[in-house]
Design a protein around this ligand. Sequence first.
Ligand code: ADP
Ligand code: UDP
Length: 236
Amino acid sequence: MKKTTLLYEGKAKKVFKTDDEEKLIVSYKDDATAFNGVKKGSIEEKGSVNNRVSNYLMGLLEKEGIPTHLIEELNERETVVRKVQIVPLEVIVRNIAAGSLSKRLGLEEGTKMASTVLEYCYKNDDLGDPMINDYHIYAMSLATEEELKTIADMSLKINTTLTTYFASINIELVDFKLEFGRTSDGHIILADEISPDTCRFWDKNTGEKLDKDRFRRDLGKVEDAYQEILKRTLGK
Ligand code: ADP
Ligand code: UDP
């Protein structure tokens, strides 16, 4: 299988076509953005950390019966994935209040939610990914009822698996973002990435932030946080 043309360059990854219609190669960049692209920078070795961490976590989820786009890690930064039609939703899963939820509802960061919160945002950079509900999703034909049920069920199962896993490496999984896609035969699978770019990770003992909030909020030791996540997940 050979990499052919660049299909898409996003803020954090490049996506290449291959000579196999069903497969893409994702290449992770060190570029970092926040606040819908307003804050720009670079985090040394982020691409390599996110690629390996995301693949490790997707492998873990596959073992739990959750279908993902992961096919094969090619090298430190590149992975072969199954090509999907992305459902234009960012699914946010929250266990502890932080970020935009804290602001919106006046909840102090760190407040444990009594039950898991699922939110949907319409994946549209021009609009700043606005939050929407299931009625909008059906009315705009972004997903069918059956698809959204699958997405919600899978998101909650992913949360259970990842929360347990991260607890075992002394990390609190505060919240995270997921993207799903449709395969050519119409099945919903997990796509995109799960990494310190897309999750909030807090050290269970110290509460130290080990994710992209260090970049968003200028907290320093950004690279160290990504390396710490790599070390705790892959033992490297
Ligand atoms: P953004 O588009 O938000 O800037 P990225 O830089 O991460 O984000 O770009 C990666 C793009 O690839 C995203 O738009 C994502 O939805 C898409 N994508 C992720 N996995 C797949 C896949 N398996 N098939 C097709 N597209 C994918
Ligand atoms: N998130 C993401 N991409 C986005 C928006 C959010 O990966 O475009 C992740 C973010 O890293 C966090 C969770 O989703 O783990 C919830 O983010 P929130 O809504 O609090 O937004 P933020 O505070 O990042 O603006």
